[in-house]
Write a protein that binds this ligand. Structure first.
Ligand code: ATP
Ligand code: MG
Length: 212
């Protein structure tokens, strides 16, 4: 499957999600490569530390050509996108089967999600419904009113499903790149709770991505 992680909002967890998803898929015995289309190169540097394959591609035409080519060699391609919704993001949306959009439960983040929704809807119009698109609440705090409101606001988004699974704000997740690890391979209770969040999220997202 070709999967793009996108959102205009900086710091919502795109790169963290992309790296954890690539690692999770590799543990499912899939051949996986991460395409880093962000000049910051956070996810490709992190993947280097994990000794997993990644490639940095910024040019929109190269992205379009290369994502398709990589799909012949790998079972899964995970694309991490920058916070700018320009031509590279469009190339990603014209290439992937599934777009995953992390959204932080804050009013400003909910507002800015409109931009990625619009872009995804345009790609879906051109491609007859593809890519499938899923949002999830990222860096969430448990039991807040804002969380409930965010779920309500996002659940009606055209062309998207809102995943039940959420990823909470957890120190273990923030610590992972510094430890050259993912929460799946870190020890301790906090890491294992975070790993459970991601495991549930990715299972749900992949199940959705495979539906007809
Ligand atoms: N669930 C989480 N709990 C705690 N910290 C998190 C979580 N998800 C991400 N972070 C931290 O938040 C910061 C931003 O995350 P990340 O780099 O993944 O976001 P991004 O959307 O890729 O940002 P950018 O738009 O700059 O590319 C990082 O320091 C990361 O470690
Ligand atoms: Mg990033």
């Amino acid at each position: 499957m070709l999967i793009g992680i996108l959102n205009r909002k900086g710091g919502c967890g795109k790169s963290t999600t992309a790296v954890h998803l690539a690692y999770w898929l590799s543990r499912q015995k899939q051949r996986v490569i991460l395409v880093d289309s962000d000049g910051q190169m956070s996810s490709s540097q992190w993947l280097d530390k994990l000794k997993m394959p990644s490639v940095v591609i910024n040019d929109p035409d190269d992205l379009f050509d290369q994502i398709g080519k990589l799909a012949e060699e790998y079972d899964s391609v995970v694309v991490d996108s920058p916070s700018v919704l320009g031509e590279p993001a469009k190339s990603v949306l014209l290439s992937v089967d599934l777009a995953i959009v992390p959204v932080q439960p804050s009013n400003l983040d909910l507002l800015s999600a409109k931009d990625i929704v619009r872009l995804v809807n345009q790609a879906q119009k051109i491609r007859g419904g593809t890519p499938k698109a899923a949002m999830f609440l990222s860096r969430a705090s448990r039991g807040t009113v804002l969380l409930r409101e965010a779920r309500e606001a996002l659940s009606q988004t055209q062309g998207f499903t809102l995943l039940e699974s959420m990823v909470y704000q957890r120190q273990a997740i923030a610590d992972a790149p510094g430890q050259a690890a993912t929460v799946f391979s870190m020890s301790g209770e906090a890491a294992s709770s975070a790993a459970k969040d991601y495991d549930a999220l990715f299972k749900e997202a992949m199940r959705y991505g495979k539906t007809k």
